[in-house]
Write a protein that binds this ligand. Sequence first.
Ligand code: AN7
Length: 402
Amino acid sequence: MKCQLQCIECRATYDPDEIIYLCPSCGGLLEVVYDLPSIDIDFHTSGECRSVWKYRSLLPVERDPVTICEGGTPLYRIGRLAKDMGAREMFVKHEGLNPTGSFKDRGMTVGVTRALELGMKTVACASTGNTSASLSIYAAKAEIPAVVLLPGGKVALGKVAQALIHGAKVLDIRGNFDQALQLVREVCDEYGFYLLNSINPFRLEGQKTIAFEIADELGWEVPDRVILPVGNAGNISAIYKGFKELRECGITDTVPKMTGIQAEGSRPVVDAIDRGLDRIEPEPNPETIATAIRIGDPVNAAKALRAIRESGGLAISVTDDEIIQAQRDLASLEGIGVEPASATSVAGMRKLLADGVIDSDERIVCITTGHLLKDPTEVVDICAKPIEVDANIEAVRKAVFG
Ligand code: AN7
Protein backbone atom coordinates (compact mmCIF):
# COMPACT_ATOMS: atom_id res chain seq x y z
CA MET A 1 0.00 0.00 0.00
CA LYS A 2 1.38 3.38 -0.96
CA CYS A 3 -0.09 5.29 1.98
CA GLN A 4 -0.39 5.31 5.76
CA LEU A 5 -2.76 6.84 8.27
CA GLN A 6 -1.27 9.56 10.43
CA CYS A 7 -2.62 11.44 13.43
CA ILE A 8 -2.61 15.20 12.81
CA GLU A 9 -1.92 15.81 16.52
CA CYS A 10 0.66 13.31 17.80
CA ARG A 11 1.93 12.22 14.33
CA ALA A 12 1.65 8.52 15.17
CA THR A 13 1.25 6.44 12.03
CA TYR A 14 -0.98 3.45 11.44
CA ASP A 15 -1.51 0.69 8.91
CA PRO A 16 -4.10 1.94 6.40
CA ASP A 17 -6.01 -1.34 6.71
CA GLU A 18 -6.84 -0.68 10.36
CA ILE A 19 -10.47 0.33 10.75
CA ILE A 20 -9.93 3.47 12.84
CA TYR A 21 -11.41 6.94 12.52
CA LEU A 22 -9.49 8.67 15.32
CA CYS A 23 -5.97 8.19 16.63
CA PRO A 24 -6.07 5.22 19.05
CA SER A 25 -3.34 6.82 21.14
CA CYS A 26 -4.44 10.47 21.48
CA GLY A 27 -7.89 10.75 19.88
CA GLY A 28 -6.76 13.18 17.15
CA LEU A 29 -8.09 13.26 13.60
CA LEU A 30 -6.36 11.03 11.07
CA GLU A 31 -5.18 11.79 7.57
CA VAL A 32 -3.88 9.72 4.71
CA VAL A 33 -0.19 10.38 4.04
CA TYR A 34 1.97 9.27 1.12
CA ASP A 35 5.65 8.96 0.47
CA LEU A 36 5.22 11.52 -2.29
CA PRO A 37 8.73 11.34 -3.80
CA SER A 38 8.30 7.61 -4.40
CA ILE A 39 5.05 8.02 -6.34
CA ASP A 40 5.12 8.11 -10.10
CA ILE A 41 2.57 10.84 -10.68
CA ASP A 42 0.66 10.33 -13.88
CA PHE A 43 -2.37 12.56 -14.37
CA HIS A 44 -2.92 11.49 -17.96
CA THR A 45 -5.64 9.06 -18.77
CA SER A 46 -7.02 7.93 -22.06
CA GLY A 47 -10.48 6.82 -23.03
CA GLU A 48 -11.87 7.76 -19.63
CA CYS A 49 -14.30 10.53 -18.79
CA ARG A 50 -12.74 13.53 -17.05
CA SER A 51 -13.11 12.47 -13.46
CA VAL A 52 -11.77 12.05 -9.96
CA TRP A 53 -9.94 8.97 -11.25
CA LYS A 54 -7.73 11.00 -13.54
CA TYR A 55 -5.79 11.65 -10.32
CA ARG A 56 -5.66 8.05 -9.14
CA SER A 57 -1.89 8.12 -8.70
CA LEU A 58 -2.52 10.31 -5.63
CA LEU A 59 -5.54 8.36 -4.38
CA PRO A 60 -5.34 5.67 -1.68
CA VAL A 61 -6.98 2.70 -3.40
CA GLU A 62 -5.75 0.03 -5.76
CA ARG A 63 -8.85 -1.87 -6.89
CA ASP A 64 -11.19 -0.92 -9.72
CA PRO A 65 -13.22 2.04 -8.53
CA VAL A 66 -16.92 2.13 -7.82
CA THR A 67 -17.61 5.03 -10.15
CA ILE A 68 -20.41 6.84 -11.93
CA CYS A 69 -18.14 9.45 -13.50
CA GLU A 70 -17.81 11.92 -10.66
CA GLY A 71 -15.69 15.04 -10.80
CA GLY A 72 -14.76 16.81 -14.01
CA THR A 73 -17.09 19.64 -13.02
CA PRO A 74 -16.89 22.95 -14.89
CA LEU A 75 -14.81 25.88 -13.70
CA TYR A 76 -16.80 28.84 -15.00
CA ARG A 77 -15.16 32.18 -15.58
CA ILE A 78 -17.55 34.72 -14.07
CA GLY A 79 -18.24 38.04 -15.77
CA ARG A 80 -21.32 40.00 -14.74
CA LEU A 81 -21.44 38.93 -11.13
CA ALA A 82 -17.71 39.55 -10.65
CA LYS A 83 -18.09 43.05 -12.04
CA ASP A 84 -21.10 43.67 -9.83
CA MET A 85 -19.09 42.67 -6.76
CA GLY A 86 -15.97 44.56 -7.84
CA ALA A 87 -13.72 41.55 -8.41
CA ARG A 88 -11.11 41.42 -11.15
CA GLU A 89 -11.00 37.71 -11.74
CA MET A 90 -13.50 35.21 -10.43
CA PHE A 91 -14.33 31.59 -11.19
CA VAL A 92 -17.03 29.28 -9.92
CA LYS A 93 -16.33 25.58 -9.63
CA HIS A 94 -19.82 24.10 -9.85
CA GLU A 95 -19.75 20.92 -7.83
CA GLY A 96 -23.53 20.72 -8.14
CA LEU A 97 -22.89 19.12 -11.53
CA ASN A 98 -21.62 15.88 -10.03
CA PRO A 99 -23.79 12.77 -10.63
CA THR A 100 -25.94 13.17 -7.50
CA GLY A 101 -25.70 16.96 -7.53
CA SER A 102 -23.04 17.57 -4.89
CA PHE A 103 -19.30 17.35 -4.22
CA LYS A 104 -19.90 14.42 -1.88
CA ASP A 105 -19.68 12.08 -4.88
CA ARG A 106 -15.94 12.70 -5.09
CA GLY A 107 -15.54 11.46 -1.54
CA MET A 108 -17.93 8.56 -1.87
CA THR A 109 -16.42 7.08 -5.02
CA VAL A 110 -13.16 6.74 -3.10
CA GLY A 111 -14.77 5.91 0.26
CA VAL A 112 -17.02 3.15 -1.04
CA THR A 113 -14.22 1.72 -3.19
CA ARG A 114 -12.12 1.65 -0.02
CA ALA A 115 -15.00 -0.06 1.85
CA LEU A 116 -14.92 -2.90 -0.70
CA GLU A 117 -11.14 -3.06 -0.57
CA LEU A 118 -11.34 -3.49 3.21
CA GLY A 119 -14.05 -6.14 2.89
CA MET A 120 -16.65 -4.08 4.72
CA LYS A 121 -20.18 -5.41 4.43
CA THR A 122 -22.32 -2.35 5.24
CA VAL A 123 -21.69 1.39 4.93
CA ALA A 124 -23.26 4.13 7.05
CA CYS A 125 -23.36 7.86 7.63
CA ALA A 126 -25.23 10.67 9.33
CA SER A 127 -26.15 13.48 7.01
CA THR A 128 -27.76 16.84 6.47
CA GLY A 129 -28.75 15.29 3.13
CA ASN A 130 -26.12 15.32 0.44
CA THR A 131 -23.83 12.78 2.06
CA SER A 132 -26.73 10.35 2.40
CA ALA A 133 -27.81 10.84 -1.22
CA SER A 134 -24.30 10.16 -2.40
CA LEU A 135 -23.62 7.21 -0.09
CA SER A 136 -26.89 5.62 -1.15
CA ILE A 137 -26.06 5.67 -4.85
CA TYR A 138 -22.49 4.39 -4.45
CA ALA A 139 -23.63 1.62 -2.12
CA ALA A 140 -26.22 0.60 -4.72
CA LYS A 141 -23.51 0.54 -7.37
CA ALA A 142 -21.23 -1.47 -5.07
CA GLU A 143 -24.06 -3.86 -4.16
CA ILE A 144 -23.71 -3.36 -0.43
CA PRO A 145 -26.31 -2.04 2.04
CA ALA A 146 -26.23 1.55 3.32
CA VAL A 147 -27.71 2.93 6.52
CA VAL A 148 -28.20 6.70 6.79
CA LEU A 149 -29.28 8.77 9.79
CA LEU A 150 -30.93 12.12 9.03
CA PRO A 151 -32.00 14.98 11.29
CA GLY A 152 -35.74 14.38 10.89
CA GLY A 153 -37.65 17.16 9.15
CA LYS A 154 -34.51 19.19 8.43
CA VAL A 155 -33.31 17.64 5.20
CA ALA A 156 -34.21 19.10 1.80
CA LEU A 157 -36.69 16.99 -0.15
CA GLY A 158 -34.53 16.20 -3.17
CA LYS A 159 -31.85 14.68 -0.97
CA VAL A 160 -34.27 12.46 0.94
CA ALA A 161 -35.72 11.27 -2.38
CA GLN A 162 -32.26 10.31 -3.59
CA ALA A 163 -31.35 8.40 -0.44
CA LEU A 164 -34.66 6.53 -0.62
CA ILE A 165 -34.75 5.56 -4.27
CA HIS A 166 -31.17 4.37 -4.45
CA GLY A 167 -32.03 1.98 -1.66
CA ALA A 168 -30.46 3.08 1.61
CA LYS A 169 -32.14 2.31 4.91
CA VAL A 170 -33.14 5.85 5.88
CA LEU A 171 -33.69 6.77 9.53
CA ASP A 172 -35.21 10.10 10.56
CA ILE A 173 -33.67 10.89 13.93
CA ARG A 174 -35.61 13.03 16.37
CA GLY A 175 -32.65 15.31 16.83
CA ASN A 176 -30.17 17.45 14.92
CA PHE A 177 -27.23 16.47 12.69
CA ASP A 178 -24.67 16.52 15.49
CA GLN A 179 -26.75 14.02 17.46
CA ALA A 180 -27.23 11.85 14.36
CA LEU A 181 -23.46 11.79 13.80
CA GLN A 182 -22.78 10.80 17.39
CA LEU A 183 -25.31 8.00 17.06
CA VAL A 184 -24.01 6.64 13.77
CA ARG A 185 -20.49 6.55 15.21
CA GLU A 186 -21.78 4.36 18.02
CA VAL A 187 -23.71 2.17 15.57
CA CYS A 188 -20.62 1.70 13.41
CA ASP A 189 -18.48 0.77 16.42
CA GLU A 190 -21.05 -1.69 17.64
CA TYR A 191 -22.01 -3.41 14.38
CA GLY A 192 -18.87 -3.04 12.30
CA PHE A 193 -20.45 -0.80 9.66
CA TYR A 194 -18.00 1.32 7.68
CA LEU A 195 -18.43 4.97 8.64
CA LEU A 196 -18.38 7.29 5.63
CA ASN A 197 -18.78 10.69 7.20
CA SER A 198 -15.93 13.06 6.56
CA ILE A 199 -14.20 11.90 9.73
CA ASN A 200 -13.18 9.03 7.45
CA PRO A 201 -9.86 10.20 5.97
CA PHE A 202 -10.19 8.04 2.85
CA ARG A 203 -13.36 9.85 1.86
CA LEU A 204 -11.59 13.20 2.11
CA GLU A 205 -8.95 11.95 -0.32
CA GLY A 206 -11.60 11.91 -3.04
CA GLN A 207 -12.61 15.46 -2.22
CA LYS A 208 -9.06 16.77 -2.49
CA THR A 209 -9.38 16.26 -6.25
CA ILE A 210 -11.32 19.56 -6.31
CA ALA A 211 -7.92 21.21 -5.74
CA PHE A 212 -6.28 19.09 -8.43
CA GLU A 213 -8.97 20.01 -10.96
CA ILE A 214 -8.84 23.72 -10.20
CA ALA A 215 -5.07 23.82 -10.66
CA ASP A 216 -5.27 21.55 -13.71
CA GLU A 217 -7.88 23.75 -15.39
CA LEU A 218 -5.85 26.89 -14.67
CA GLY A 219 -2.83 25.35 -16.43
CA TRP A 220 -1.28 24.15 -13.14
CA GLU A 221 -1.56 27.56 -11.61
CA VAL A 222 -3.09 28.19 -8.23
CA PRO A 223 -5.70 30.89 -7.53
CA ASP A 224 -5.00 33.45 -4.81
CA ARG A 225 -8.05 32.41 -2.83
CA VAL A 226 -10.59 29.60 -2.67
CA ILE A 227 -13.89 30.39 -0.96
CA LEU A 228 -16.32 27.67 0.11
CA PRO A 229 -19.07 26.84 2.59
CA VAL A 230 -18.11 25.14 5.83
CA GLY A 231 -20.38 22.69 7.63
CA ASN A 232 -18.68 19.63 9.07
CA ALA A 233 -15.44 21.23 7.81
CA GLY A 234 -14.25 18.26 5.77
CA ASN A 235 -14.18 19.83 2.35
CA ILE A 236 -12.05 22.85 3.24
CA SER A 237 -9.56 20.49 4.90
CA ALA A 238 -9.53 18.13 1.91
CA ILE A 239 -9.04 20.87 -0.66
CA TYR A 240 -6.22 22.42 1.34
CA LYS A 241 -4.54 19.01 1.52
CA GLY A 242 -4.87 18.66 -2.25
CA PHE A 243 -3.17 21.99 -2.88
CA LYS A 244 -0.43 21.17 -0.37
CA GLU A 245 0.31 17.86 -2.11
CA LEU A 246 0.59 19.57 -5.49
CA ARG A 247 3.09 21.97 -3.99
CA GLU A 248 5.02 19.19 -2.28
CA CYS A 249 5.24 17.34 -5.59
CA GLY A 250 6.65 20.47 -7.23
CA ILE A 251 3.69 20.72 -9.61
CA THR A 252 2.64 24.12 -8.24
CA ASP A 253 4.37 26.80 -6.16
CA THR A 254 1.82 28.02 -3.64
CA VAL A 255 -1.46 27.23 -1.92
CA PRO A 256 -4.52 29.48 -2.05
CA LYS A 257 -5.85 31.33 0.97
CA MET A 258 -8.53 28.97 2.20
CA THR A 259 -11.61 30.99 3.05
CA GLY A 260 -14.50 29.32 4.85
CA ILE A 261 -18.01 30.70 5.04
CA GLN A 262 -20.58 29.66 7.62
CA ALA A 263 -24.16 30.68 8.23
CA GLU A 264 -24.72 33.27 10.97
CA GLY A 265 -26.76 30.85 13.10
CA SER A 266 -24.17 28.13 12.86
CA ARG A 267 -20.64 29.55 13.01
CA PRO A 268 -18.38 27.73 15.46
CA VAL A 269 -15.38 27.76 13.08
CA VAL A 270 -15.72 31.51 12.48
CA ASP A 271 -15.86 32.14 16.22
CA ALA A 272 -12.74 30.04 16.85
CA ILE A 273 -10.84 31.94 14.15
CA ASP A 274 -12.06 35.32 15.45
CA ARG A 275 -11.06 34.48 19.00
CA GLY A 276 -7.80 32.73 18.17
CA LEU A 277 -8.92 29.46 19.75
CA ASP A 278 -7.33 26.08 19.05
CA ARG A 279 -10.61 24.26 19.23
CA ILE A 280 -14.19 25.21 18.52
CA GLU A 281 -16.95 25.67 21.02
CA PRO A 282 -19.91 23.72 19.62
CA GLU A 283 -23.11 25.62 18.83
CA PRO A 284 -25.87 23.61 20.55
CA ASN A 285 -28.73 24.98 18.43
CA PRO A 286 -27.49 25.64 14.90
CA GLU A 287 -30.06 27.34 12.66
CA THR A 288 -30.00 28.46 9.03
CA ILE A 289 -31.98 28.25 5.84
CA ALA A 290 -28.92 26.49 4.40
CA THR A 291 -29.84 23.15 6.00
CA ALA A 292 -26.81 21.41 4.46
CA ILE A 293 -24.55 23.35 6.82
CA ARG A 294 -26.81 23.39 9.83
CA ILE A 295 -24.02 21.83 11.88
CA GLY A 296 -22.99 23.01 15.35
CA ASP A 297 -20.10 20.70 16.17
CA PRO A 298 -18.01 20.22 13.02
CA VAL A 299 -16.02 17.06 13.38
CA ASN A 300 -13.11 18.22 11.20
CA ALA A 301 -12.72 21.58 12.93
CA ALA A 302 -9.10 20.90 13.96
CA LYS A 303 -8.12 20.29 10.33
CA ALA A 304 -10.12 23.27 9.07
CA LEU A 305 -8.63 25.71 11.59
CA ARG A 306 -5.16 24.68 10.43
CA ALA A 307 -6.10 24.94 6.76
CA ILE A 308 -7.40 28.47 7.28
CA ARG A 309 -4.52 29.66 9.47
CA GLU A 310 -1.64 28.01 7.61
CA SER A 311 -2.86 29.27 4.24
CA GLY A 312 -3.39 32.83 5.48
CA GLY A 313 -7.12 32.47 4.89
CA LEU A 314 -10.23 33.70 6.63
CA ALA A 315 -13.57 32.60 8.02
CA ILE A 316 -16.69 34.74 8.14
CA SER A 317 -20.41 34.18 8.42
CA VAL A 318 -23.28 35.39 6.28
CA THR A 319 -26.98 35.86 7.03
CA ASP A 320 -29.80 33.86 5.47
CA ASP A 321 -30.81 36.96 3.49
CA GLU A 322 -27.29 37.32 2.10
CA ILE A 323 -27.32 33.63 1.18
CA ILE A 324 -30.62 33.97 -0.70
CA GLN A 325 -29.38 37.07 -2.52
CA ALA A 326 -26.24 35.24 -3.66
CA GLN A 327 -28.35 32.28 -4.76
CA ARG A 328 -30.48 34.63 -6.88
CA ASP A 329 -27.39 36.40 -8.28
CA LEU A 330 -25.77 33.14 -9.36
CA ALA A 331 -29.00 31.99 -10.97
CA SER A 332 -30.02 35.18 -12.74
CA LEU A 333 -26.65 36.69 -13.68
CA GLU A 334 -24.61 33.58 -14.37
CA GLY A 335 -27.02 30.73 -15.04
CA ILE A 336 -25.68 28.74 -12.12
CA GLY A 337 -28.36 27.05 -10.04
CA VAL A 338 -27.26 26.17 -6.52
CA GLU A 339 -28.76 25.19 -3.20
CA PRO A 340 -28.57 27.74 -0.35
CA ALA A 341 -25.48 26.29 1.38
CA SER A 342 -23.55 26.60 -1.87
CA ALA A 343 -24.42 30.23 -2.25
CA THR A 344 -22.66 31.07 1.01
CA SER A 345 -19.34 31.10 -0.86
CA VAL A 346 -20.49 33.91 -3.14
CA ALA A 347 -22.33 35.71 -0.33
CA GLY A 348 -19.09 35.62 1.65
CA MET A 349 -17.04 36.87 -1.27
CA ARG A 350 -19.37 39.84 -1.76
CA LYS A 351 -19.12 40.73 1.90
CA LEU A 352 -15.33 40.42 2.05
CA LEU A 353 -14.94 42.65 -1.00
CA ALA A 354 -17.49 45.20 0.20
CA ASP A 355 -15.78 45.43 3.59
CA GLY A 356 -12.38 45.79 1.93
CA VAL A 357 -11.10 42.71 3.73
CA ILE A 358 -9.90 41.11 0.51
CA ASP A 359 -8.27 42.72 -2.47
CA SER A 360 -10.26 43.20 -5.67
CA ASP A 361 -7.15 42.20 -7.62
CA GLU A 362 -7.16 38.65 -6.31
CA ARG A 363 -7.88 35.68 -8.52
CA ILE A 364 -10.70 33.96 -6.66
CA VAL A 365 -12.40 30.59 -7.04
CA CYS A 366 -15.75 30.12 -5.31
CA ILE A 367 -16.96 26.58 -4.90
CA THR A 368 -20.66 25.93 -5.24
CA THR A 369 -21.14 22.63 -3.53
CA GLY A 370 -24.69 21.50 -4.37
CA HIS A 371 -27.30 21.80 -7.11
CA LEU A 372 -30.41 24.00 -7.03
CA LEU A 373 -32.75 21.03 -7.50
CA LYS A 374 -31.67 19.54 -4.20
CA ASP A 375 -33.75 22.08 -2.33
CA PRO A 376 -36.51 23.52 -4.51
CA THR A 377 -38.97 24.19 -1.69
CA GLU A 378 -37.21 27.28 -0.41
CA VAL A 379 -36.82 28.69 -3.93
CA VAL A 380 -40.51 28.33 -4.70
CA ASP A 381 -41.23 30.16 -1.45
CA ILE A 382 -38.96 33.13 -2.19
CA CYS A 383 -39.76 33.59 -5.90
CA ALA A 384 -42.89 35.19 -7.33
CA LYS A 385 -45.58 32.57 -7.94
CA PRO A 386 -46.31 31.37 -11.49
CA ILE A 387 -49.16 33.32 -13.12
CA GLU A 388 -52.22 31.15 -13.47
CA VAL A 389 -54.13 31.72 -16.73
CA ASP A 390 -56.98 30.15 -18.70
CA ALA A 391 -55.98 27.87 -21.56
CA ASN A 392 -56.52 30.33 -24.42
CA ILE A 393 -54.25 32.64 -26.40
CA GLU A 394 -55.93 35.82 -25.21
CA ALA A 395 -55.28 34.98 -21.56
CA VAL A 396 -51.66 34.12 -22.33
CA ARG A 397 -51.21 37.40 -24.27
CA LYS A 398 -52.59 39.37 -21.37
CA ALA A 399 -50.36 37.64 -18.88
CA VAL A 400 -47.21 38.08 -21.01
CA PHE A 401 -47.73 41.67 -22.17
CA GLY A 402 -49.78 42.97 -19.26
C1 AN7 B 1 -24.14 21.59 -0.34
O1 AN7 B 1 -24.49 15.97 3.68
O2 AN7 B 1 -22.52 17.54 6.00
O3 AN7 B 1 -17.79 21.45 5.49
O4 AN7 B 1 -24.18 15.48 5.77
O5 AN7 B 1 -24.15 19.49 1.52
O6 AN7 B 1 -17.28 19.41 4.17
O7 AN7 B 1 -19.18 19.43 5.76
C2 AN7 B 1 -23.16 18.37 3.90
C3 AN7 B 1 -22.31 19.41 3.82
C4 AN7 B 1 -21.41 22.44 1.94
C5 AN7 B 1 -20.38 21.50 3.95
N1 AN7 B 1 -22.29 22.47 0.93
O8 AN7 B 1 -19.26 20.71 3.66
C6 AN7 B 1 -23.98 16.21 4.79
C7 AN7 B 1 -23.16 17.40 4.97
C8 AN7 B 1 -23.20 21.49 0.80
C9 AN7 B 1 -23.23 20.44 1.71
C10 AN7 B 1 -21.40 21.44 2.87
C11 AN7 B 1 -22.32 20.42 2.79
P1 AN7 B 1 -18.32 20.23 4.83
